[in-house]
Design a protein around this ligand. Structure first.
Ligand SMILES: Cc1ncc(COP(=O)(O)O)c(C=O)c1O
Length: 441
């Protein structure tokens, strides 16, 4: 297999205009990008346009997009039905900062899918988890939050903790030290966050016991999708539900990634669990900035005493497109079709691994998947760090991008989301590329 340096040279050769854009951007954008998540080594690819399952970079290269904006675009790119709704809304105005009837319609659609009594809207997943956490604190009167080591819940200080800590700093396996992910976070904030390993109910019980009477909420990605794609062990989420009830702690499911995708009603539907609060975003907006949080009425009715707001919250453009997305685009039937394509992709990759004697496996759920190049079971953040074989994942990404026009996540998290606009042909192309690359892996 070629080295990352060699593959990087090839990437440079086919993306000279991206490099030009990057050099220009660096003069006015810090680091040449609008957000840290757009950073890619050796430099970011600059996109010209996208449609359906594909996008085109500024050099004119075509890619089948399997990353779909870190899993946000279950609808695929520029879905014709969403364009039509947006075109109808644009001349009517995109921001009133006043109530619209459509907000309730959108909330009703969310209620049809998720076990929530009422919802409120935000613009992003970060805002959704931030508001859910504040609400849990306002409701319980407690400050501490238990979060799972390795889970990502957005960019606010309370959750930028123990997201991807260096294992040298992270303390013991069952009782991790909370490590801030960024400078600039007050030490006092870090002290309020208790990190716990995923899939370890004893460690969760210990953490609840050690901090008894001080914990407002446990927040969890029910399926970890921001460090690989890691499933809950049988019974883990059920036991987590029981424990949080026993200790009177609000259970927040962060369904920003799982929501709408692993089932129409996300992990709550898939695993039949009713958390107290749910945070949503990504495919709720299907390409328009929209997030939401919702849950039990007895908790939600504290909004008022607990602040919630935002100028662009529930703006008519995002809400109207979301209603159509939920009803007609990412509905149950279309999700089933995308999930069937994912089953085909996952099976195909498993076969290629087997045929080539490659150690590895595919984790797949709904229309999402990830390939791991190890025989070790990955069940939490630390097993992920030890065994995910990041080097091989980077090479796979570069090989797929450079020579095969296949775009998966450039980072070792949820590798792909199959949108409702992907086709059998797209899946075949991915498999064909993987067959070609596999002997070198
Ligand atoms: C599980 C989860 N929660 C929250 C967020 C934050 O969402 P946003 O990027 O919309 O702020 C993300 C983003 O990737 C996420 O994956």
């Amino acid at each position: 297999m070629r080295s990352i340096e060699e593959l990087g040279k090839e990437y440079r050769k086919r993306t000279p205009k991206s490099l030009e854009c990057f050099e220009r951007a660096k003069k006015s954008l810090q680091g040449g990008v609008g957000s840290n998540f757009q950073v890619i080594e050796p430099y970011p690819m600059f996109i010209d346009h996208a449609k359906g399952s594909k996008f085109w970079d500024v050099d004119g290269n075509e890619y089948i997009d399997f990353n779909m904006a870190f899993g946000a675009l279950l609808a695929g790119h520029a879905h014709p039905l969403l364009i039509k709704v947006a075109e109808e809304q644009l001349p009517k105005g995109t921001l009133y900062c006043m109530a619209i009837d459509a907000s309730a319609t959108c909330a009703e659609e969310i209620k049809k899918r998720f076990p929530v009594d009422v919802v409120r809207f935000t613009n992003s997943g970060t805002e959704a988890t931030m508001h859910a956490i504040r609400l849990a604190r306002g409701y319980t009167g407690e400050d501490k939050i238990i979060k799972i080591e390795g889970c990502y819940h957005g960019m606010h200080d309370y959750v930028l903790q123990s997201v991807g800590p260096d294992l040298d700093e992270a303390g013991s396996e069952s009782c991790p030290t909370t490590v801030p992910m960024s400078k600039g976070i007050p030490r006092e904030v870090t002290k309020m966050i208790v990190a716990v390993p995923y899939n370890n109910i004893d460690a969760m019980r210990d953490a609840l016991e050690r901090n008894k009477g001080e914990v407002a909420a446990v927040i969890v990605e029910p399926v970890m999708m921001n460090c690989g794609l890691i499933f809950p062990k049988d019974g883990y989420l059920e036991k987590l539900r029981e424990l949080t009830e026993e200790y009177n702690v609000v259970l927040i499911f962060d369904e920003v990634k799982t929501g709408f995708k692993i089932a129409p009603g996300g992990a709550s539907e898939y695993y039949h669990i009713k958390p107290d609060l749910i945070a949503l975003s990504k495919s709720l907006g299907c390409g328009f900035s929209l997030g939401a949080f919702g849950g039990k009425k007895e908790i939600m009715e504290h909004i008022g005493d607990v602040a919630h707001g935002g100028t662009y919250n529930a703006n008519p453009l995002a809400v109207q497109t979301s209603i159509t997305a939920l009803r007609d685009v990412i509905n149950r039937e279309n999700l089933e079709r995308a999930t069937k394509l994912e089953d085909k992709l996952a099976e195909g990759i498993r076969k290629v691994l087997k045929d080539n004697g490659i150690s590895g496996y595919v984790n797949s759920i709904g229309p999402c998947g990830m390939v791991f190049f190890t025989e070790h079971k990955i069940y939490d953040y630390r097993s992920f760090v030890r065994y995910c074989n990041e080097d091989k994942l980077t090479k796979l990404w570069l090989e797929l991008v450079n020579n095969n026009g296949i775009w998966i996540s450039p980072r070792p998290d949820e590798h792909w989301t199959i949108s409702v606009q992907h086709t059998e042909e797209d899946i075949e192309k991915f498999l064909e590329a993987f067959r070609k690359i596999a002997p070198d892996l």
